[in-house]
Write a protein that binds this ligand. Structure first.
Ligand code: SF4
Length: 224
């Protein structure tokens, strides 16, 4: 047995680093195969990737979306922020993190001297799940090769996941946000540093957690 098996046998929570070419252990083998095939078929050209996403019909979410949300910012940025999925305003405007949550994210970034124009912001899913429900495992498996390709292109020096869904995908874990934040991780073959913080939409609902988010921002700043 490997160490992780002993930990699980003792019912101790543990996480495993997700490589850029692997998927959640909960994925089926067919999902894994589909992901790898799809990812390898994607263009390395940034604009062609954006065009592919704009026309994507690979999951049911394309039927209810108004716009795909590719991401925004500098495709050569040092910092990549990854959220969950577009909400209603993002779906309407085709941009990630707009509306109240977006304004809060902007203010969080400003507090450490950053603006949207000098980072890149993307989501796990490029289309809005109806009623803002959580992305299904199948949707995540289908869509995330696009994100993986974006990460390969951007080659960020730091990845920050905002919210549970993004952290769970990139770290291949189901640990709570309380356990995940405040620590540093590594992503992929390049061992890109990865930090975890709360989603601004959660902070709007739970303003008492903003002090912890501020601590996370200071940790992010120390990496830049
Ligand atoms: S969510 Fe992703 S996989 Fe599904 S239709 Fe949109 S871009 Fe395609």
């Amino acid at each position: 047995m490997e160490k992780v098996d002993y930990l699980r046998a003792m019912e101790i929570d543990c996480w495993e680093k997700r490589s850029s070419s692997t998927n959640s252990s909960t994925n089926t083998e067919s999902n894994l195969t589909r992901n790898l095939v799809e990812e390898s078929s994607l263009s390395n050209n940034w604009q062609e990737l954006a065009d592919t996403i704009a026309n994507c019909t690979k999951c049911e979410l394309h039927k209810s979306r108004r716009n795909t949300v590719f991401g925004i910012g500098d495709p050569n940025a040092d910092l990549l922020i990854i959220g969950e999925a577009p909400g209603a305003t993002e779906d309407a405007q085709g941009e990630p993190f707009v509306g109240r949550a977006g304004k809060l994210l902007d203010n969080m970034l400003l507090s450490i001297g950053l603006q949207r124009s000098n980072i890149f912001i993307a989501n796990i899913l490029k289309c809005r799940p109806p009623q803002n429900r959580d992305p299904s495992p199948k949707e995540v498996a289908t869509c995330t090769p696009y994100l993986t390709k974006q990460i390969e292109h951007i080659k960020p020096k730091l990845i920050v996941t905002v919210g549970r869904i993004a952290a769970h995908f990139l770290l291949n874990t189901n640990l709570s946000m309380a356990k995940l934040r405040g620590h540093s991780y590594e992503y992929g073959e390049n061992k890109t540093p990865l930090l975890v913080t709360y989603h601004p939409a959660y902070l709007l609902r739970s303003p008492g957690e903003k002090a912890k988010a501020y601590q996370d921002l200071q940790l992010i700043k120390s990496y830049l």
